[in-house]
Design a protein around this ligand. Structure first.
Ligand SMILES: [Mg+2]
Length: 314
């Protein structure tokens, strides 16, 4: 989709252009990590931007592929980092949306085998979806362990306690063609400080895809499902009035494109503007879906526009 200025592709905007965009849009979707915070540290000015948007009556939601914590924990984190007006209803995590998918879309009957952190399991249990309880038996192996008889879905997310046994059990469950294969997201890796990285859910899912010969259904970005969850919970969401703000081309910008939203890349996270320009100049037309409409250095670049708007209304 062409941006509000009739120009598609990596337009670095500031000052008056940001102001026009803020006036033109009434629904803002923000990725979290790399856009509004890095781990436990808020990006300078991000809280002011989010608080000002909410104060101005804009709709603000957060769409994150991070499935490690339940939504309540996000509310506490937002508050702790100075985002004082964020409510539970504004948070759409891949774990929450996975629970909605299992409960409302496929209406799963039976247990779910989860590869993931406690936060993911808690989100499912809150939605009334039973998960297979894993006994903590150090002697268990795939040769002698029990397998639950009624597993109707395998859900893969970020799991920092992944074991070979868990992978083996999931592979066994996936031999049943009636057992669904879902992934919270397909993120390949996540940045840590000091140049280190963590393998993401996508790398764990890839292992199971090879073992099972099946393809997982991805719930999180860039799949459209998270936008469907938002549309079902907020009345009258018009894609033309939305702006998706993220730091990852292959996840956030593609998600925006898939959902027909204008997109903005912030340069405080994973992707660089040069990569966006490469996609823009690529002969492969599918790469053009990864190109942001707009680019800012940081969402703190919104602040001068708010000051002007607020002066105007005084
Ligand atoms: Mg991010």
């Amino acid at each position: 989709m062409a941006g509000a200025f009739g120009f598609k592709g990596c337009q670095k905007i500031r000052g008056p252009q940001i102001r026009s965009l803020l006036e033109a849009k009434d629904f803002f979707l923000f990725d979290c990590d790399g856009v509004i915070w890095h781990g436990e540290k808020a990006i300078t000015g991000a809280a002011k931007v989010v608080n000002a948007l909410i104060r101005q009556g804009k709709n603000v939601v957060f769409v994150t592929n991070n499935c490690t914590r339940p939504r309540e924990n996000y509310v506490h984190k937002f508050c702790r980092l100075g985002f004082t007006d964020v409510m539970l209803e504004q948070i759409f995590s891949s774990s929450y949306c996975s629970a909605l998918y299992l409960r409302d879309v496929v209406k799963v009957r039976g247990q779910v085998f989860v590869i993931g952190c406690d936060g993911l399991r808690r989100e499912l249990l809150e939605a009334g979806i039973p998960c297979v309880e894993e006994a903590d038996d150090p002697d268990a192996t795939i040769y002698n362990c029990a397998l639950a008889p009624d597993v109707k879905a395998v859900l893969v997310g970020h799991d920092d306690k992944l074991t070979f046994l868990k992978l083996a059990k999931a592979s066994c469950y996936l031999r049943d063609p009636d057992c669904l294969f879902l992934a919270t997201d397909n993120d390949p890796w996540h940045p840590l400080s000091g140049g280190r990285i963590l393998p993401g859910s996508g790398s764990l899912t890839a292992a199971l895809e090879v073992a099972s010969g099946r393809k997982a259904t991805v719930i999180g970005k860039p799949s459209r499902f998270m936008f469907e969850c938002i549309s079902s919970q907020f009345r009258g969401v018009d894609p033309a009035q939305c702006l998706m703000v993220g730091d990852r081309l292959e996840v956030d910008m593609l998600f925006g494109s898939n959902c027909g939203l204008d997109t903005m890349l912030t340069l405080t996270g994973v992707s660089q503007i040069e990569e966006a320009q490469e996609y823009r100049n690529s002969d492969l037309s599918t790469n053009h879906s990864l190109v942001p409409d707009y680019v800012v250095d940081t969402i703190a670049d919104f602040l001068p526009a708010f000051e002007e708007l607020e002066e105007q209304s005084n």
